[in-house]
Design a protein around this ligand. Structure first.
Ligand SMILES: NC(=O)c1ccc[n+]([C@@H]2O[C@H](COP(=O)([O-])OP(=O)(O)OC[C@H]3O[C@@H](n4cnc5c(N)ncnc54)[C@H](O)[C@@H]3O)[C@@H](O)[C@H]2O)c1
Length: 413
């Protein structure tokens, strides 16, 4: 029996445990969450006894090693300390991205994993998303020749920006710069798809829109007391009643997702931070940023992260010496051109992602399946996201933020 413990029964943590429970010979033996309501939910959903539920990580770690592997799906600022303690106790780790809050913390975790001979899987789920797996296969089989440049856009989206990066948990740069928190995935794809090391980056970006000076004249401090609430696309009452999964994700409402009245009530309280006007929050992370990356062989990649789009999708163009690939997670369609004839139509095919409960184009479930295979020693595992492979993206992200802060200054990795 392969056993797991979890810290952080939030949106990600709940997904991981729900998915793990579908496997035979896997069990979840302990949960830790410092939110009592969520801990109670975990206890009931997983039928855990009281002594296997912990409301603080000190209490959890004091019990010693309780499982083969620990999933760390708490907030970014907890990852480093929890990962260090867990590795010293002998846990394998499934560590949510971002790995930690600085380059040095990331390196220390990687070194400890080596020292204690433990696996640390970083949740770079896009490596497992069928569309990116197909692109990787095409690149590896030589379809575009040598990769010379990549352009990737992370369409964060107006609503996701508002929920997570204006009102929510990732709105402050001391938690993590947004380019690390949101886009370590994208930077990781550059490294994984090309198999090359990045040598330097430069970056521009700013918080250009979600700030007080852009608030409409008649707007209130909170949606519930705002004169413009009927017409405003950021009205939290409309958003959270329509998309109750985000009401749960906010941590402000854990009740029945169909009870609109109860959701409205929860999002009519001034103490609920998700009721704040998107122009009047204490956010300081960017709402648009670009990163330019130079690789060891002179090839380049460019990342565009923007709030100002429909959202929830990524697009990519891979340009090689012999061909080009374009793909979008919106429709999971890949277009491929082999050079040699001007004006030719691309070969076009749709990547099937099957039924998916997680996100990231099916990558979430596939990563969990692969980690279970790896840790249980049953069947071949791809092992795509070990910390040694995943760390470069974080070094690029922290360097990009340094560059952005310094007006686009070149940063060596
Ligand atoms: N891999 C991905 O694509 C992906 C996507 C979204 C979020 N994330 C990352 O996953 C992590 C969790 O994100 P989420 O959206 O599930 O957030 P969440 O707020 O829904 O869940 C975090 C949970 O951790 C708990 N928690 C926080 N600090 C704790 C502590 N010290 N001890 C115990 N419990 C603690 C909170 O109460 C909450 O229940 C974050 O680091 C986030 O950046 C990764």
């Amino acid at each position: 029996m392969l056993t797991f413990a979890l810290i952080g029964y939030g949106q990600r943590g709940k997904f991981y445990l729900d998915t793990l429970l579908k496997f035979k010979d896997v069990s979840v033996v302990a949960v830790c969450d410092n939110n009592r309501e969520k801990l109670e939910l975990a206890k009931n959903n997983l039928k855990l006894s009281e002594d296997k539920c912990f409301s603080g990580d000190d209490e959890f770690f004091a019990k010693g090693k309780l499982a083969d592997a620990l999933i760390i799906a708490s907030m970014d600022e907890c990852h480093y300390a929890q990962a260090v303690k867990a590795l010293k106790l002998g846990y394998h780790l499934i560590l949510e991205k971002p790995i930690a809050q600085s380059k040095l913390q990331c390196i220390e975790i990687a070194e400890l994993a080596r020292k204690y001979d433990k696996k640390v899987y970083v949740c770079h789920v896009l490596r497992y998303a069928p569309i990116y797996a197909s692109i990787k296969e095409m690149i590896d089989s030589g379809k575009v020749g040598k990769v010379m440049s990549i352009q990737q856009t992370e369409h964060v989206g107006w609503w996701h920006q508002a929920h997570s990066f204006v009102r929510g948990n990732w709105r402050r740069s001391e938690t993590n710069p947004m380019i690390v928190a949101k886009c370590c995935h994208d930077l990781d794809l550059f490294v994984w798809l090309t198999g090359k090391n990045c040598v330097s980056v430069s970056s521009f970006g700013s918080l250009a829109y979600f700030k007080r000076e852009n608030a409409p004249k008649e707007s209130g401090e909170h949606c519930f007391d705002c004169k413009l609430k009927e017409e405003c696309i950021y009205n939290c009452l409309k958003f959270y009643t329509k998309y109750p999964a985000f009401a749960f994700a906010s941590g402000q409402y854990l009740g029945d997702p169909n009870d609109k009245e109860a959701i409205e009530k929860a999002f009519s309280k001034p103490e609920n931070p998700y009721t704040r006007c998107v122009f009047k929050c204490d956010n300081d992370v960017v709402d648009n940023q670009i990163v330019n990356c130079l690789f060891e062989d002179g090839s380049t990649a460019q990342l565009n992260m923007t709030a100002f789009c429909e959202g929830g999708i990524r697009t990519i163009r891979v340009c090689g010496t012999e061909g080009m690939i374009e793909a979008s997670m919106l429709d999971n369609i890949i277009k491929y051109w082999r050079f040699g004839k001007i004006g030719q139509e691309p070969q076009t095919f749709k990547v099937e992602i099957g039924e998916t409960f997680g996100g990231h184009g099916g990558g979430d479930e596939k990563m969990v399946e692969d980690i279970v295979r790896a840790l249980s020693g049953k069947g071949d595992s791809l092992g795509l996201t070990s910390i040694d492979k995943s760390i470069m993206s974080h070094l690029m992200g922290f360097a990009a933020e340094e560059s952005r802060i310094n007006g686009g200054k070149l940063e060596k990795i």
